[in-house]
Each structure stands twice: as C-alpha cells, then as structure tokens.
Design a protein around this ligand. Structure first.
Ligand SMILES: Nc1ncnc2c1ncn2[C@@H]1O[C@H](COP(=O)(O)OP(=O)(O)OP(=O)(O)O)[C@@H](O)[C@H]1O
Ligand SMILES: [Mg+2]
Length: 472
C-alpha cells in the first residue's frame, strides 16, 4: 500500500516536473551564458567558476539527503502497516485490551518518521540558506569586478547591467542541476522500492508462452483414453529454505474421481492445491495434469481447468450478485440464481432487504463465515470447470447446512474430478481415494473402508471424531 501511495508519487516526480524544471534551467542558463560571454569574458569566467563551486556544494548534500529519504520511505510503509493492523485487528485489540501497546507502537513509528523528516528539513534548510547567501555574495562580487572594469573602461555600464541581469539565470542553471540531482535521489529511492516489488521472482507460468507447443492441447487430452487427471511425481517443495513442506510426494488423481486429502493441520494439504493451480513451482519433481506437465500450460489454460473454494473465502467489495458472477463473467441472471440455489444460499439472499444487490462490505465482513463460504461455493458452481478444488468447503457450516451443501456439491461433482480437503471426515467418507498426508508425504491411501480395515492413523482419526460426536 505504501509503495503504491507514497513511492509511486515520489518516483513520478522525476519525470513529471523535475525534468521539466531542468530543461527550463538549461535553456535559460545557456542563453544567459552566451549573452554574458559576448558582453565580457572575465564576467563570464567569474560566473562559470562560482557556478561550479555552487554545484559542488549542492552535490555534497546528495548522499545524506538520499539516506534520510530512504529511511523516511521505509518508515512510512511501516506506519501504513501498523495502521492497517489497528483497523483490521480492532476486535482482537479490544478483547485482549492491547490497544495501548499497539497504539504506542504506531506512535513510535510516526515519531521516527517525524524525526527523520526534521533531519531532512535541516539539510534542506542549510542548503537553501547557503544558496540564498551565495546568490547575494555572487551579486556583490559581480558589482565589484564589473565596477572595476567599467572604471578601467574595459566594460560599458550597459553591458554590466546586462550581465548582472543574466547572471541570475546562469546560477539558476547550476543550482537547478544540484537540486535536480538531490530530488532525483528521492525519486530513485522511491523507484528502487517499486522495482523491488516488480522484480520479485520471475513469473513461473506465462500468459502467452507454451513451451512444448508440440504437445496436444488440453481439450484433445481430455478426450483421450488416459484415465489420470492429476499426477504428482516425487514432488518436493518448500516456501523457504529452512523447512520442506512437501517431501518427495507421489500420488495420482483419476479422472472423474472424488479424491480426498486429510491429515494434521500444517501437513501441506493446501500447499498441494496451490501447486496444482500453478501459484508456486516445485523445487523437485513433476506435476502432470491430463498427462501434460504443468509448465506447458499457459496460465489461462491452466486456471480455466479449475473451480476453487478456498479455506478462507474471499469476497470482493461489491454486491452478492457480482461476487457469485465472478465465477463466470458472462453468466445470465438465471444462471447466477441457479448456482446460488444449488449452494443453498438463495433463500438467505432473498431474505435480505436488498436481495442479490446487498453489499458484502470490505472482504465480505458483513456476512457470517458460513454465508461467505456458500457464496464462494456458488461462484465455483457457476464456473463449471472440469476439476474442482475444495479446501474445507464446509468448515464454517453447521451439520445441517453441511449436509445440504454436500448434497449440492455432490450434484456438481457428478462427472467432474474433485479434490477435497476436509478435517471433518464425514464429508469425505464416500471419496474414491483418501490420501492421508503427514509431513508432506502420503502415509496412507485407500477408500474409507479400506483405511478403517488397516487400523492405521486414518482409522484412529475417524474413531476419535466419531467418539467426540457420540459424546456430545
Ligand atoms: N505462504 C507461505 N509461506 C511460508 N510458509 C507457508 C506458507 N503457506 C503455508 N506455509 C507453511 O507450509 C506448511 C503447510 O501448510 P498448508 O497450508 O499446506 O497446511 P495444511 O495441511 O493445509 O493445514 P490446515 O489443515 O491447517 O489447513 C505449514 O507449516 C505452513 O506454516
Ligand atoms: Mg489448509
């Protein structure tokens, strides 16, 4: 946010007005210099030497000014971060009564910006004071030298007046070059911070390029006889160097099957989904979709294959209708309503005074978790993609709604390949294959009955959940 708000404006200064000022200074400075030169060479030499000294002094301030500008910019971004913490975390801050501490941190960061800004103002003031005083002294020197030359009849009074008039523009040129260089430093500091974002990792998948053009297109593969939809071949992946999240994992997802991933929190289930959708590149191994390596898809091709219901459903600012329609941008009103009905959210929407036009607020915060989830499901239903990725699609629903939504999902799943992550095992009992993921590996594989029979970790997990349910 800070980079967009502050740095872009600062970087923009370089070409929006600084270059223009410099161009103006050059035109008038060079014009004046030639006039002074033709009036008197000694006065011209005087102007040149003083101007260069002037420039040197201004340039000496560039480095400290850049340092302090850099620091101000990065502190300003911290101010934005802390402020957004205060707004987004308002409930937690109140409940834990940590307002004072959080606010103090915010004030401290602001104070740091204030102190750094004072420092920058100090530098600028010294520079401005010098430039002003130097300007007067130069004028004085010019009168003394010029006066002497007039007395010696080496210069006419008229030419002295012309030189005095023109000297201002010449010095403006040297002063402007110094000023430009200092301002350019701030702009570069801003630009550098913008480029830090632009340069982040080269895009893994490309919007235009297909590397293996000779491979058949998805639609052709879709129709061929291979029965495998998704295949992970010894895939290893880590977000950072310190910890491996997926560890040589190998598994397949048959076409049109319902495949479930279960396991401990933090085991790497959601990460598998992110890899399938091409958000990250595995460090080792290969992922094939319809027999084709994922790196051979364009982003557009790949993303059109999936409908995704994320673990933490995100709704966009706008109304409910728009939010569902993002699943298929050219959907008709009838299709949107149909999808909402299937996701078991239509009745709720109709009970709202503004129905489908109800605004969902920032990040959808005016709705409950379950309502948001069902809207996200409706969005996925509308997309009607061949592969469904459901990351805990019913985690925020009560048992009754869960049953309803599972029914809707089951209707949708028909004829599609579905990957589903679930903590509540009741939601995946009927899956064709269940993979138990732990520490980035598949440790058990089979359908519900098979896994119960081997009395392993899945059976344990299931019995525990069953017992809890029974107990309550
Ligand atoms: N963007 C990220 N950057 C760094 N580490 C991450 C990131 N996302 C997840 N992780 C780490 O990767 C590991 C696996 O996370 P993942 O979200 O895949 O787990 P999960 O099996 O889906 O867990 P849960 O059941 O709680 O949703 C965790 O240890 C997590 O801390
Ligand atoms: Mg997860």
């Amino acid at each position: 946010m800070s980079r967009i708000n502050n740095d872009v404006a600062i970087a923009e200064g370089a070409y929006s007005w600084q270059l223009m000022m410099l161009a103006m200074a050059f035109i008038s400075g060079i014009g004046s210099a030639s006039v002074i030169f033709s009036a008197n060479k000694i006065l011209f030499l005087y102007g040149l030497i003083i101007g260069l000294l002037h420039l040197t002094f201004n340039v000496a301030f560039i480095k400290p000014l850049k340092n302090v500008s850099d620091k101000i910019q990065s502190k300003l971004s911290e101010v934005v971060q802390r402020f957004s913490d205060i707004i987004s975390g308002a409930f937690v801050i109140r409940v834990f009564m940590i307002g004072e501490i959080i606010f103090k941190k915010f004030i401290q960061t602001n104070l740091a910006v204030y102190k750094l800004s004072l420092k920058r103002i100090n530098y600028n003031s010294i520079l401005a004071a010098y430039n002003y005083t130097a300007g007067r002294l130069i004028f004085f020197g010019q009168i003394v030298i010029g006066g002497y030359l007039v007395m010696k009849n080496k210069l006419t009074f008229g030419n002295l007046m012309i030189s005095v008039n023109m000297m201002g523009s010449l010095l403006w040129l040297f002063g402007s070059v110094g000023q430009f260089l200092t301002n350019l430093q701030s702009s570069l500091a801003g630009a550098q911070r913008i480029f830090e974002v632009l340069d982040i990792d080269e895009k893994y998948l490309d919007d235009t390029k297909i590397e293996y053009i000779s491979l058949p297109m998805v639609t052709e593969i879709n129709q061929n006889s291979s029965s495998i939809c998704i295949e992970f071949k010894e895939v290893s992946f880590s977000y950072s160097e310190t910890k491996e999240v997926l560890n040589d994992i190998t598994f397949t997802v048959p076409k049109c099957a319902k495949v479930a991933f279960v396991g401990k929190s933090g085991g790497g289930k959601s990460t598998i989904f992110k890899l399938i959708m091409g958000f990250y590149k595995p460090q080792k191994g290969e992922i094939l979709i319809f027999g084709r390596p994922i790196s051979c898809y364009t982003v557009k091709e790949l993303r059109s294959l999936f409908a995704y219901v994320p673990q933490d459903c995100y709704l966009f600012n706008g109304n409910i209708y728009e939010n569902i329609r993002y699943g298929k941008l050219n959907a008709t009103e009838k299709e949107v309503i149909e999808a909402a009905k299937k996701a078991n959210i239509h009745d709720f929407i109709m009970s709202l005074p503004e129905g489908y036009n109800t605004k969902v607020g920032d990040k959808g915060l005016t709705l409950s978790g379950g309502q948001r989830q069902r809207i996200a499901i409706a969005r996925a239903i509308l997309k009607d993609a061949p592969i469904l990725l459901l990351d805990e699609p019913t985690s925020s629903l009560d048992s009754e709604s869960e049953l309803e939504v599972m029914k809707a999902l089951n209707a949708l799943i028909e004829g599609k390949t579905t990957l589903i992550i679930a903590h509540r095992l009741s939601a995946i009992k009927d899956a064709d294959i269940i993979y138990l993921i732990e520490d980035g590996k598949v440790i058990e594989k089979g359908n519900h009955d098979e896994l119960l029979r081997i009395k392993g970790k899945y059976a344990n997990l299931y019995l525990k959940q069953f017992a809890t349910k029974y107990y309550f």
